[in-house]
Structures are given as structure tokens and as C-alpha cells.
Design a protein around this ligand. Sequence first.
Ligand code: SAM
Length: 213
Amino acid sequence: MIVEEHVAAFINSLNAEASLLILELEREAHEHHVPIIRPEIRELLCFLLRLHRPQRILEIGTAIGYSSIIMRQALEGDVKIDTIERNMGRYERAVDNIKRAGLQEDIMVHYGDALDVLATLDKSYDFIFMDAAKGQYHHFLELCIDKLLKNGMLVCDNVLQEGSVAQSRYAVSRRDHTVHGRMREYLYEMKHSTCLDTVILPVGDGVTVSRKC
Ligand code: SAM
């Protein structure tokens, strides 16, 4: 945890109670060891969405559909979400859960690797949520910037990896060296990009919020 556990627990205890379906999805994720956004990120995401009011959203990393359902429910009106998942079992669960939520007209789940699917999506978005394999974020960035409208928002989760990204590479285990290096380069690129205005927040597992200039 980047933020001390009791602080995060206190903040989360103030959140409004979730619907039955959302609680069921949280239980499903927990039982099947599926990683989903933490409550702190859920709250931040919903706040940004209500502020920015996007109509076209792209998500990379659907898992079982939890965050895409949360995002759609945070907004009113004509909102469409494209979300990408490469794990067949999770893709099928997401399609099913989205149907249960009655959101199948608004959320389209695409099966496949994000790099392949992104190349086929001929659309622009005003909000992109990146929540897939951390070592691949740098591969997605250029495609995401291309697909993001001016003033569009890009949010990337898990960018500080429990805080390890802020540590020296010698302090992280050998097997994490690659992802540690890649994430550091990614954050440098985000902060020094001429087409993105980015803030890095130590919320949850670390999150970036960017605006396309
Ligand atoms: N956003 C989801 C939520 O909070 O409900 C959680 C997503 S989970 C952290 C990351 C998901 O991204 C996994 O289900 C994984 O299979 C998927 N994933 C990872 N790399 C991917 C890629 N290159 N293309 C498509 N999906 C990918």
C-alpha cells in the first residue's frame, strides 16, 4: 500500500453503499482472484467522469466488466464504452455481467490483445482508462494518444506498483526489473510529453491523470 492501510480504510468507509450487482461482482472477483480497481480508484474515476462528462470511453483491461459497468453507471445520457480483454474466460464473464446490468447496448466488449484490437477501432474517444498489463503500457500509449480527442482524459492505473517504482532498481527483485524500468520510462514519457498534461497521484496503487493538449 502506498497510502497507510488505516487511512485508505477510513476514506473508503465514507463511500456510499454499492448496489447488489456491484457487491456481487466484487465477490466474484475476490473468489476467482480477478484484480479489479480499488475503491479509491473507483471513487476517483467516477469523480473525473462526472466532471468531464465523456460520451465515448475506451478501456484497456475489462476483466469481468466491473470497472466498465461502474463507469457507465457514473454517467447519464448517450455514453458508449469500448473495452478490451484478452482472457477468454474473463471476456465471457464480462459479457454476461454487462448483460445482467442491462448495459449491453452501451458497453461493447472486444476479445483479443489490446494491440490488435486497438488497430481495428476506427474511433476517437474523450476518455481512456488503461488498466491492463503494466509492462505493456508504453506499447499502448501512442495508439491511445492518437485515439484521444483534444482535451480528452487518459487515466492509467497501477503505475507505482505498491510504491516499488519509486525505489531504486536494486531494491526490487530481479524478476521485477523489466516492469520497474518500463514503468519508470513510461512515467517519464507521460510527464515530458508535449501532447499530454499529466499528474501522477499516489492513490490506490498509483494513478496518472492526463489531458491531451
Ligand atoms: N479494469 C478491470 C476492473 O477494474 O474491473 C480490471 C482489469 S485487470 C487489472 C487487467 C486485465 O487486463 C486482465 O483481465 C488481463 O487479462 C487484461 N489484459 C492484460 N494485458 C492485456 C492486453 N495486452 N490486451 C487485452 N487485455 C489485457
